[in-house]
Design a protein around this ligand. Structure first.
Ligand code: NAP
Length: 346
C-alpha cells in the first residue's frame, strides 16, 4: 500500500484535520501523482456536510487536482515520470455502458467511481486531492501542457470542464447573448469560456462589489440581481443563461430574462428543490436543462483549448491550514475566484 497524508473530515459536518491513510499499490495501468495543487470546489463543502446525501467518512475532499507524475505502472503508456497531469471528479468507470461508450464516463451506469467518497473497483474507499499524493488509472488522468501554471490550472479539472461542456454542447458563441448567474468558481470560468467562444457575456450577481472584477474578466455587462430596476432592464434579453448558484434561489425570475426559445442551463446544485411557475416555460417556449462535469475526452479537449488560448482560473492560493476560513469566505460569496490549496503547506 502507498502511504498518504492529507486533510480529512472524520464525520459529516466536522472540521477537516490532518490524517494519514493508505492508497492502493500501483497496478499495471496506474500512475502515482505528487499532488502539488488542489482547487476548493463548493461541492467539497456540500459533500462534507451531507448536503445532498450521506457521505462515506473519513472523507478527504478534492477533485481539482494538479501535480507531477512520480511513478508509473508496468503497462502505462500515456505518462512518464515528471509529466504534468490533472485529475477531476472521477477516477474509474465501467468502460462498457452506453454512457461510457459515448464518452460520458461521468454518468457511468454500472460502476462510477468518484475521486473521493466513493468505493473503487478494488473495494477501497477513494480519497481526494487534499493530500500529498493520489493513485489513479492513467485513463482518468489528463495531460496538462507545461505552459499552463499548475496552480491556476487546478480548477479547470472541475469548474473548467463543468462550464466548458454545456457551452460547447449548445454551441454558445458569436451572435449569442449569454448570462452567467453567480460570479464564483464556476461562474468566472463560464465568463472566460463564453468570451473565448465569442458570446456577449453578462454577469448576473448578488454582489455589487464584483462589478469591477467582472469587467476585468472581460464581461460586457453586469447586473446586480437584488436591484429590481436592473433586473427589469434585462427582461427577455438572453439566448442562454448558465446558472452556477450553490444555494436556494428562484429560477422563475431568471427565466423571465430569457428571450423566446431561450435556454437556462443549471450546473449549480443547491440542496433544495427548484420551484417552477407553470407559466415559466410555456410562456416563450423556454428550456431548462442541466449539465454535469464532462467526459474524459472532452476534459482533455478543454485542457488543450485552455493551453492554446492561455486560459486558466483566477485563483487565491491558500495554505491548507486555512481551509475553513476559505470555506467561510466561499459561503459568503467572497471568493476571487477559486481558492487553490498549495499542497507544499501540508
Ligand atoms: P462558489 O464559488 O461558491 O460560487 C457560487 C456563487 O453563487 C457565489 O459566488 C455567488 O455569486 C452565487 N450565490 C451564492 N448564493 C446565492 C444565492 N442564494 N442566490 C444567488 N446567487 C448566489 O461555488 P462553485 O464552486 O462555483 O459551485 C457552484 C455550484 O455548482 C455548487 O452547488 C457546486 O456543488 C456545483 N457544481 C456542480 C457541478 C456539476 O457537475 N454540475 C460541478 C461542480 C460544482 P455572486 O456573489 O456573484 O452572486
Amino acid at each position: 500500500m502507498i502511504t498518504s497524508r492529507g486533510y480529512a473530515a472524520q464525520s459529516a459536518k466536522t472540521q477537516l484535520a490532518p490524517w494519514s491513510f493508505e492508497r492502493r499499490e500501483l497496478g499495471p495501468h496506474d500512475i502515482l501523482i505528487e499532488v502539488l495543487y488542489c482547487g476548493v470546489c463548493h461541492t467539497d463543502w456540500h459533500l462534507i456536510n451531507n448536503d445532498w446525501y450521506e457521505g462515506i467518512f473519513p472523507m478527504v475532499p478534492g477533485h481539482e487536482i494538479t501535480g507531477r507524475v512520480i511513478q508509473v505502472g508496468s503497462l502505462v503508456q500515456k505518462f512518464k515520470a515528471g509529466d504534468h497531469t490533472g485529475v477531476g471528479v472521477m477516477v474509474d468507470s465501467c468502460g462498457n455502458c452506453v454512457n461510457c461508450t459515448h464518452h460520458q464516463e461521468q454518468f457511468c451506469q454500472v460502476s462510477p467511481v468518484q475521486t473521493y467518497g466513493s468505493v473503487g473497483k478494488d473495494g477501497l474507499v477513494t480519497y481526494g486531492g487534499y493530500a500529498n499524493n493520489v493513485v489513479v488509472n492513467e485513463q482518468f488522468a489528463h495531460h496538462i501542457a507545461p505552459t499552463l501554471d499548475l496552480a491556476a490550472a487546478a480548477p479547470l479539472l472541475c469548474a473548467g470542464i463543468t462550464t466548458y461542456s454545456p457551452l460547447k454542447k449548445w454551441n454558445v458563441g458569436r451572435g449569442h447573448k449569454l448570462a452567467v448567474i453567480g460570479l464564483g468558481g464556476l461562474g468566472h470560468m463560464a465568463v472566460k469560456f463564453g468570451l473565448a467562444f465569442g458570446a456577449e457575456v453578462t454577469v448576473l450577481s448578488t454582489s455589487a462589489s464584483k462589478e469591477k472584477d467582472a469587467a476585468a474578466l472581460g464581461a460586457h455587462h453586469f447586473v446586480v440581481t437584488t436591484d429590481d430596476e436592473q433586473r427589469k432592464a434585462v427582461s427577455s434579453s438572453f439566448d442562454f443563461i448558465l446558472d452556477t448558484v450553490s444555494a436556494k434561489h428562484d429560477l422563475n425570475g431568471y427565466l423571465a430574462m430569457l428571450k423566446t426559445d431561450g435556454v437556462l442551463i443549471c450546473v449549480g446544485i443547491p440542496s433544495e428543490p427548484f420551484e417552477l411557475s407553470p407559466f415559466a416555460l410555456p410562456a416563450g417556449n423556454k428550456t431548462v436543462t442541466g449539465s454535469g462535469a464532462g467526459g474524459l475526452q472532452e476534459t482533455q479537449e478543454m485542457l488543450d483549448f485552455c493551453a492554446a488560448h492561455n486560459i486558466v482560473s483566477s485563483i487565491e492560493l491558500i495554505d491548507i491550514k486555512d481551509i475553513h476560513p476559505a470555506f467561510e469566505r466561499m459561503l459568503k460569496g467572497d471568493v476571487r475566484y477559486r481558492f487553490v490549496i498549495d499542497m507544499s503547506t501540508l
